[in-house]
Design a protein around this ligand. Structure first.
Ligand code: URA
Length: 240
């Protein structure tokens, strides 16, 4: 959102009209981060600043937004990248608010990514105790035996720690490869790739198709939309 003039900040917070807010500033009624401010040009960052007016705290209620994106490959899910690779945030052409992805998807992974500015929801969604199911389609080299799939279901050791039980089934069979449908409840680094590697079947392509009941549906790769009221209601209920 960036910095705004103090009088706009006060007006946006519903304290008074912009003109009246200017009068309050000039009258020395506004305290910013503990300091009386009487200059009208003063700029503040609504996300960071601590303001009181006539002794009462002033808060701007930031409207939360919730975006569902079909992440393309070759994009990172961090805002900045050490190799200067493009961020998914650069695809949000129409979004003015400062938002961030919930959790991460690898550079080469495609599929369902939630993006929001709701810190509380992000915290709950990524917290291990909430165990929200995430389903992936993983195209792997060759066709794993039922025995190997059973190992994955029961848990395999990756980075020295056993994975929790997972749902794993063969979704499609190609000539030499196959596509697995894998549902996990954790979000460890490169978890699906590592689970498949562990049973000897390297991942060639990985897509996340759902988080809980939220599905990508027909959303084209690289596009995004706002969550519907029903989807948001579902998520909030799931996380209480
Ligand atoms: N597991 C992975 O290996 N990569 C992802 O991007 C998500 C889950």
């Amino acid at each position: 959102m960036g910095e705004v003039r103090l009088q706009k900040f006060l007006a946006d917070a519903g304290v008074a009209s912009r003109r009246k807010a200017e009068e309050l500033i000039l009258a020395g009624k506004v305290i910013v981060n503990g300091k009386k401010i009487m200059e009208l040009g003063t700029k503040v960052d609504p996300q960071q600043v601590n303001v009181t007016c006539e002794g009462r705290p002033v808060k701007v209620a930031t409207a939360h937004i919730y975006i569902i994106m079909n992440k393309p490959a070759k994009y990172v899910t961090t805002a900045k990248d050490q190799f200067d690779r493009p961020s998914v945030l650069s695809l949000l052409k129409k979004v003015k608010q400062r938002v961030y992805p919930v959790g991460r998807l690898d550079y080469d992974t495609t599929g369902l990514l939630l993006i929001t500015n709701d810190g509380d929801l992000t915290y709950k969604l990524t917290h291990p105790s909430k165990e929200i199911a995430k389903t992936y389609l993983a195209k792997v080299k060759e066709i794993p035996t039922e025995e190997k799939l059973e190992q994955m279901r029961k848990g395999v050791s990756i980075d020295g720690k056993k994975t929790q039980p997972a749902k794993v089934s063969v979704n499609k069979i190609f000539d030499k490869n196959c596509e697995l449908m894998i549902t996990i409840h954790e979000g460890r680094n490169r978890q699906v790739r590592k689970m498949c590697e562990k049973i000897g079947h390297e991942v060639i392509k990985l897509e996340r198709i759902s988080i809980g009941n939220l599905k990508l549906g027909e959303l084209p790769v690289g596009e995004y939309r706002m969550l519907t009221a029903r989807e948001l209601e579902y998520l909030k209920q799931k996380l209480t």
